[in-house]
Design a binder for this molecule. Structure first.
Ligand code: GRF
Length: 200
């Protein structure tokens, strides 16, 4: 399966995906990496592996829809079949969500539906939960509301800070994101209402 990965930052999830492909655990190819931020280290990671790394700044577009139309064009030009959001800090409009219906995945650093949106780890600490984690889900028109594919729990320790909790969650993210993509690649995911059915 050909992936288009959208990023804004460091790109450790992108790296985990590239590593899983190179080790043979994931049957996929990263066709392109697109960032809205030129300085995103994720672009550097892509270049290092010979993957087309594209900076598409929001500046210069009149609307979010126009920006998303440009995204769709680039993704289609690269033959992308599955779009992977890996720390992409922009909300998508129906322009791209409809073009890639149930073919956009996101990873969120909490056990959804708890703590959607920004600063999920801080939200978890502030609330005082004893367990948090991460969620891979298909993207729909809402914010972190789409059908859930895989979740992994992580304990919250007494002395956790946002940094330590984030690190623990990140380790799990790097495990479950390639797994979710592999399930897609094997044609084992189907969406029935809110539920993702994983066939064996
Ligand atoms: C991750 O915590 C992910 O859950 C969130 O953005 C972060 C991206 O991290 N959506 P990285 O750039 O992959 O290291």
């Amino acid at each position: 399966v050909k992936l288009g990965v959208l990023v804004s930052g460091n790109g450790t999830n992108l790296q985990a995906i590239i590593d899983a492909i190179e080790s043979g655990d994931l049957s996929a190819r990263v066709a392109c990496v697109i960032s809205n931020k030129g300085e995103a280290f994720a672009l550097e990671r892509a270049r290092k592996h010979g993957i087309p790394a594209i900076h598409l700044p929001y500046k210069g577009f009149d609307s979010r829809e126009a920006y998303d139309a440009a995204l769709v064009k680039i993704l289609q030009e690269h033959g992308v079949e599955l779009v992977i959001l890996a720390g992409f800090m922009r909300i998508l409009t129906p322009v791209i969500i409809d073009a890639f219906h149930n073919r956009i995945m996101n990873i969120h650093p909490a056990l959804l539906p708890a703590f959607p949106g920004l600063d999920a780890q801080k939200q978890a600490l502030d609330y005082g939960v004893k367990v948090s984690g991460c969620t891979v889900h298909f993207v729909d028109a809402g914010c972190d509301t789409g059908p859930i594919i895989i979740q992994a729990p992580v304990p919250v320790e007494n002395d956790d800070t946002e940094t330590t909790l984030s690190e623990r969650i990140h380790k799990e993210e790097h495990q479950i994101y390639p797994k979710a993509i592999q399930l897609f690649a094997e044609g084992r995911l189907s969406v029935a209402g809110r539920r993702v059915i994983i066939s064996s």
